[in-house]
Design a binder for this molecule. Structure first.
Ligand code: TXA
Ligand code: MG
Length: 327
């Protein structure tokens, strides 16, 4: 079937209250009509996501935001004008018409306009905003290909739209506008530097919040089954000598021979390329039945901040979500 016909079919499913996995430029989402609480409830069930964790509402045009919120602060407007369509989510005071299940009962709603032709066509044809989390079981890595979605949620969703690999590869940057100063809730596909170049200094959430303001920002998240270790010392590799170890390297690798398998995120050291490869590379290592994945730290500039955020969460040893028998 041609893309157009499949999107048509997907939109019909959304209008009838079904759930569809679809590509965005960041990661694949699992979407439902944001105004249909029953359809949205199915997303939570399929993902095994706790109801306290609100969803992002996706729109196809900046003007659609007006119908979803009480007001749009000028800094939020500046950011959406600069980065939409794109990997930016804004959190604003919500209008009453949005069902509580979407926002987990919060007085606020997270909104974004994705930069992907399939996502935009789907939202337009569905004629409703689409509430969508990443299309993965709760706590696990976000999918960046249709195959990833198929492997984990395949038989539980009504349709998977295949738009190939996601070009950005990490989730959107979330900025909240509820306080005096804008606050970065999650680093993501638009870098902090880019955000601050448009609206000046923003507040930054501490990494290790136990009671997060974005509930999805629990310390352990984005985790594969295989334990990931981030803080390790090249000189002490001997302590792992009887273990089957994988290496998640940023650029070049010195110790190839010591590892069972190596994934290099970007040979030329490009942070955008590294972000685009991140989740797929971790998945490949996770499929190799390793005892441990050692991950290299990367520079926390530009997209490096989002990558390190995901690596830190993936390497926490307290598991909050999906069944995990190795940790
Ligand atoms: O790139 C993305 O943002 C992808 C694609 C599919 O758009 N979506 C995504 O959704 O990553 P999800 O559900 O995996 O992560 C959304 C995050 C969660 O941490 C959630 O707690 C937070 O957004 N969030 C949603 N609504 C919020 C709100 N009203 N206030 C604060 N945080 C909110
Ligand atoms: Mg997610």
């Amino acid at each position: 079937m041609r893309d157009k016909e499949i999107i048509h079919q997907a939109a019909e499913i959304i209008r009838q209250g079904g759930i569809v996995a679809f590509p965005t430029e960041t990661v694949y989402g699992l979407g439902a009509d944001a105004f249909n609480p029953l359809a949205v409830a199915r997303i939570f069930e399929v993902k095994r996501r706790p109801y306290f964790d609100p969803l992002i509402v996706h729109v196809a045009h900046p003007a659609d935001v007006k119908k979803l919120v009480k007001e749009i602060p000028s800094n939020a407007k500046k950011l959406t004008e600069s980065f939409w369509p794109g990997p930016l989510t804004v959190v604003l005071l919500k209008d009453e018409n949005i069902p509580d299940i979407v926002t987990a009962g919060l007085p606020t709603v997270a909104i974004r306009m994705p930069n992907h032709p399939m996502a935009l066509s789907l939202i337009k044809e569905s004629k409703c905003p689409i509430a969508a989390p990443s299309a993965n079981p709760f706590g696990y890595l976000s999918p960046t290909t249709a195959e990833h979605v198929q492997e984990q949620l395949g038989d539980q969703v009504d349709l998977i739209l295949d738009g190939g690999p996601c070009p950005v590869g990490v989730e959107s940057t979330i900025v909240s506008f509820l306080e005096e100063r804008p606050r970065l809730l999650r680093p993501g596909g638009v870098s902090l530097e880019e955000i601050e170049s448009v609206i000046g200094k923003v507040e930054i959430n501490p990494n290790e919040q136990e009671k997060p303001s974005a509930p999805g920002m629990l310390p352990r998240h984005y985790a594969p089954r295989t334990p990931i270790v981030l803080d390790w010392d090249e000189k002490n590799l001997d302590i792992y000598k009887n273990k089957k170890i994988g290496l998640l390297a940023f650029q070049k690798t010195k110790n190839h021979l010591k590892f069972h398998s190596v994934e290099v995120l970007s040979r030329k050291g490009d942070l955008r390329e590294a972000a685009a490869n991140l989740f797929a590379a971790i998945r490949r290592l996770d499929a190799m039945d390793l005892d441990l994945i050692l991950a290299e730290s990367i520079p926390e500039i530009g997209l490096g901040r989002a990558i390190m955020d995901r690596l830190r969460r993936a390497s926490k040893n307290v598991y909050v979500g999906f069944n995990n028998d190795k940790v």
